[in-house]
Design a protein around this ligand. Sequence first.
Ligand code: ADE
Length: 251
Amino acid sequence: MRFHVLTLFPDAFRFIADYSVLGRAIQHGLLSVTATDIRQFATDRHGTADDYQFGGGPGMVMKPEPVFAAVDAARETLPASQRERTPIILTSPQGRTLNQEMVNEFAAAPGLVIICGHYAGVDERIRQGLVTHEVSIGDYVLTGGELAAMVIIDAVSRFVPEVVGSEENVREDSITSGLLQHPLYTRPAEFRGMNTPDVLRSGNHAEIERWRRRQSLERTLRLRPDLLATASLTNSDRVFLAGLGWPGDGP
Ligand code: ADE
């Protein structure tokens, strides 16, 4: 999976190369993250990438020419067969909020081009003529789109084979399965007066699975009941949830 990041702060992405899971995946050639400075594509000698807004108002706007040129250059490095299938993402608080479904969609692409938004925003023609997906990582405003780009890269990379230890982990994780994760315990069995549930040390795998499923359901109902509307639930899950006061997801 290739990530091409177009940014005013390329050094920020050194963090990813040094960071444990992603850094190792890059070293092993499973991922590549190229951070390109948009200023390199400025049309003047000063590397100007932003300008005042037409119509007046506070804040600078990212100019279209360097961003279009940087995206063209990034696309040229892709094999022709991949160009159309490579999303051009803009990080911005105005985008669709990132969720697991979007992450899965991005993970199916051969790579991603990510433009990190900055300042007051980007010239609208960047949206009109370039961007295929505008993505926010939540309803709050960051100082720039770099951290959002790293969040996207991290979440998508987990779906690249061999990046995360076991494929099972990726599938069974909280949210990926549609439910929150069951509680996890490790040694010691007793710690500061807090005990681990006996069932987990019973060796009875069917009972353990049942307990975990119920804990997942109970926790999801308590913390994220909205997820139950789309989670895949068995009849016995529904009966269990109904016993906890879940009103159900259908008419
Ligand atoms: N840039 C500034 N805030 C952002 C957000 N919440 N998500 C993505 N990009 C951003």
